[in-house]
Design a binder for this molecule. Sequence first.
Ligand SMILES: Cc1ncc(COP(=O)(O)O)c(C=O)c1O
Length: 388
Amino acid sequence: MSRIIEIENRYSPGCYSMRDIAIVRGEGAIVWDENGERYIDCVAGFGVANIGHANPYVIKAINEQANKLITCPSVFYNDKRAELMKKLDDITPENINRFFFCNSGTEADEGALKFVRLATGKTEFIAANRSFHGRTFGALSATWAEKFRKPFMPLVPGFYHVPYNNIEAIAEKINEKTAGVIVEIVQGEGGIHIGNKDYFLSLRKICDEKGLILIFDEIQTGFGRTGKMFAYQHHNVYPDILCIAKSIAGGIPMGVVCFGEKIGEIPRGAHGSTFGGNPLVCAAALAAIKYIEDFNLPEKADELGKYFIQRLKEINSKLIREVRGLGLLIGIELKKRSFEYVRKLLNHKILANPAGPTVLRLMPPLVIKKDQIDEVVEKVEKVLKEDG
Ligand SMILES: Cc1ncc(COP(=O)(O)O)c(C=O)c1O
């Protein structure tokens, strides 16, 4: 066993399902292990590396910013933070014009839930079955799966889960205490389930009629992943709060709660973050967004995603129940547990991840090349054929 693996095994917290490789370098959609073995990365840091590893824009931006100013709390104004706020205002819906910076997806959802409580004075939320919103107490309360929730009961009260893509189920759950609804446009962790247009249109309507705040969690689907800058653009339905994180800053940790008039200003001292919106991460985010725009990554994800899905659908294996996805957020629903195939693919030098118990998730950097996709398809076919 390598020294790296030995040390990590000894000191790690134990909560991760470790894969037996030590990754030491990356470029584009490729990573290398400590022995120089090459892997195609269809995990992309759980959806962080949309613009690819070692992205030149981000490298340059963080080098320059590190030489100027790394930290600057949000009580002081800062040039990079101001620039990023302006940019986010440009790329988010018109009704959104305020941005709270934090450091992860769960913090973005946590902030959103707190802001909704502040704005409405109400305490209940509706979320969807199979949803994933994070692991801090508020976000975990909005998350559906028993395996994440059960060890930490009691959670925050007032969260109700109803079937996804089912507007009647939401309508039935609304009462005078309901503050808002939180939902993903494509459920990632829950198994790559795609929300439909009518669902989102009706959801917008019902939230307007009942005075509820609509939160879209685009932590996994944002920044080109599904073939649009944000996945709500597939449906032209706008949220009151948009939560983003993961790929926003090219790999440097950042989460953002994006909101507008329906929430209004957050009272002084009611929320905050030490690291949130520091100049280093803001410079990285500006560079990452510029790269996404300069190289039309949403369009690329759309084209490559269609190609990838088509090629996967052509695989003739009895183990496949369904191939589905949007852009480069792709799931292969298997008749067996997916983790076994994650391990098998690793032996064939492909990094993949499960999404729920039976779905194999392929979520490469959006800069992946067509011949690399061909290589992944070939290896997926191989491991599935080995087993029928
Ligand atoms: C939709 C969604 N929301 C929230 C989160 C939590 O993000 P983080 O792990 O950065 O806290 C994730 C992470 O996978 C996610 O996919």
